[in-house]
Design a protein around this ligand. Sequence first.
Ligand code: FAD
Length: 422
Amino acid sequence: MSGLDADSIRAEVRDWLAENWSPDLTVREWWRRLADSGWGYPTWPEEWFGKGFTSEQAAAVRIEMTEAGAVAPPHGIGQTMGAPIILEYGTEDQKQRFIRPIATGEEAWCQFFSEPDAGSDLASLKTRAVRDGEEWIVNGQKVWNSGTLTSDRAVLPLRTNADVPKHKGLSFFIIDVDQPGIEIRPIKQLNGDAEFNETFFTDARVRDADLIGELNNGWGVTLETLANERAAYAAGVDYGGGIPPGEQSGMLDLTCAEAIAEMRTSTHHQAAFPLGSGAALIELAREHACDTDPVIRQRIMQLHSMSETALWTAMRAKAAADQGKAPGPESSLGHIAGVNIARATRDLGLSILGAGGMLMGEDAPRKGDVAMMALSSLVHGIQGGTEQIQRNIVGERVLGLPKEPQVDRDVPFKDVLTSRRS
Ligand SMILES: Cc1cc2nc3c(=O)[nH]c(=O)nc-3n(C[C@H](O)[C@H](O)[C@H](O)COP(=O)(O)OP(=O)(O)OC[C@H]3O[C@@H](n4cnc5c(N)ncnc54)[C@H](O)[C@@H]3O)c2cc1C
């Protein structure tokens, strides 16, 4: 199967869709069919709901699905961060328990990484886990955790040893979100949504069987998870765009047609105006009679060029991954390109709308989609690692500039904490 060319793959997908896809299926039925057939995640191994395809082969599958108007497979932290890391580091038991509900979208996952004192410098995280028989007891606080209120499980690095330098005392776990020791408080954002939360752990429990990789070796797993996240952003993945997975999303028992209609309603503005789409901006410019304005035309062309070159960077990243190479500078470059594209779309959209770009609600141009996109665009320089951190990575790893001084690198973490307090 894995030697198939794009045309043969598209023909197979077309035949399979003719037999299996219908907008009248419930989302749950459709996602189960996708998972069991391997067409949902074709780059995953054949024995784990995939087909062992390269990214290029998987692109052929995606094109055929999109052309058929079929609902995309479930998409979120479970699919981009959880499953890849479990497939790589997980035990057989972990794969058996976690991969299928991720593939069928019956579970939603989130990530508990950032803390009030550990965002860019994530290795300084303080939330600690202390062993208690077959379990670990977790205490501390995480912050900016997206989608936590509707998530079933989370991936999280925890401090399991403070006697060694900060990178060496972390372990990577999967935790059940719905438990008495976890309190979630929503944070209201600039755009009016409360997409992310702060999360408090008070004697929360995590099973030792849910440790991913080796004890105190969690930094490597964390870095790889973050690289997978960056690669997803670099590939132009928009977490808001698809039907959200998980029982608590309330979408699984709607028909696919109903779910698509639901996603188009005004509560999902963010998905409505796409970032980096020359075609969407041309349509907007036509609606507002400025498609003949030479400056607007030039800026749309500039944005289109940025999007196309970002796409090529993403393809380079995928090609490297297909050759078994670790995620390289392409993911950081792609991330920075994504930030620039988001800002350019925001500025251009607001220039086209003029004063109308300040309005939201039913009477506003496009019910405020452009204003919502503009307010939401700021996240792109922060989420998944800030723009400045990505530029540091490019400076040090691509351009060979001297590394930033790291005074606490070889100091036991408990001593770093003591010196911060004194
Ligand atoms: C929409 C959104 C969703 C998110 N979702 C999640 C989530 O689901 N789970 C989760 O755990 N986290 C999430 N985050 C948090 C995100 O990962 C952090 O905000 C990010 O890593 C930055 O950390 P910080 O906010 O602590 O900023 P800080 O690290 O405190 O940085 C503050 C400023 O200093 C700059 N800076 C810091 N260090 C350096 C340096 N060495 N060199 C140059 N400049 C530097 C930064 O670029 C930034 O401008 C989300 C954030 C956003 C915006």
